[in-house]
Design a protein around this ligand. Sequence first.
Ligand SMILES: N[C@@H](CCC(=O)N[C@@H](CS)C(=O)NCC(=O)O)C(=O)O
Length: 218
Amino acid sequence: MSLPVLYVGNKNYSSWSMRPWLVLKAGGLGFTEQLVRLDTAETRASIAAISPMNGKVPALRLGQALIWDSLAIAEWAAGRVPALWPADETDRAMARAAVAQMHSGFAALRRSLPMNLKRSAPLANPIPEDAAADIADLEGLWAVFRARFGDKGPYLCGTWSIADAFFTPAATRLRSYCVGISEVSSSYVDALLSRPEYLEWQAAGLGEPWANAQTDTI
Ligand SMILES: N[C@@H](CCC(=O)N[C@@H](CS)C(=O)NCC(=O)O)C(=O)O
């Protein structure tokens, strides 16, 4: 069978695309990728042709089948490479809870501080209250995990897992918008953003010529 195809959005801006891409890379799973440009007049039609279920990227094509959600793609990868989740049953359930929270929550953080790898400046206005509350929750979550797993390594549950893939775009936001964070959060952000897989994604994102005026000027 031919290699899976991962459809992703612009690497500078598409946080949901980055997550499964990091998981597939970290799991050593072979895939080809196809970039669909976001925010153009053709985007809607291009994505609908690829992923009609939700009209969004990422999506993973497996022969005749399509997986159209970042977490489902990560779970498919973990079916092949179980080490993408922590080995211990309780640790794994905790990691899944953290991923579920990231996948369904932190909406204000995502809305007010959109991913933009090229940015290195605070928001023009103070961080809105709801986004600041999300950042406090995020830091609280990270602190609990780092206190519990700190002796096992620098990632959320010690060794790198799908949970780290899900928090990497959040880490880029804290860095891009120069958000003041705790020492614990800061070391975790550094660990995530110095991974070779992330650096490969970042280099591609920084090299993209496309701009999103709305995101770039907040
Ligand atoms: N729940 C989806 C969210 C995917 C999503 O929102 N993708 C954005 C890009 S990051 C998208 O495709 N937007 C379509 C558009 O902007 O036209 C997932 O986890 O994969």
